[in-house]
Design a protein. Structure first.
Length: 83
């Protein structure tokens, strides 16, 4: 599982933007808060967006998620473990 996570994580990590902080290696919530503070202090931003994605991962539609994964992962054995 760890080996698969390392390989798959690297594949999808390449697609993420630098300002996406959730569940990523080498970034954390404190870094996201610092980024917000930087926008407020240095760029005089006044809009704040708060989002709570509680239980989001338990509600992702499974079929569309698997379709997305099959576009990037060719190993059917690995996909069968996810499905």
């Amino acid at each position: 599982m760890t080996a698969a996570m390392l390989v798959i994580g690297a594949i999808f990590e390449a697609d993420l933007l630098e300002n996406q902080y959730g569940f990523r290696p080498k970034v954390d919530a404190k870094m996201a808060v610092r980024r917000v503070f930087w926008h407020i202090r240095d760029h005089r931003r006044s809009e704040i967006v708060d989002a709570d994605l509680r239980d989001y991962f338990t509600s992702i539609p499974h079929a569309p998620l698997m379709k997305c994964l099959t576009r990037r992962i060719a190993d059917g054995r690995l996909l069968s473990k996810a499905g």
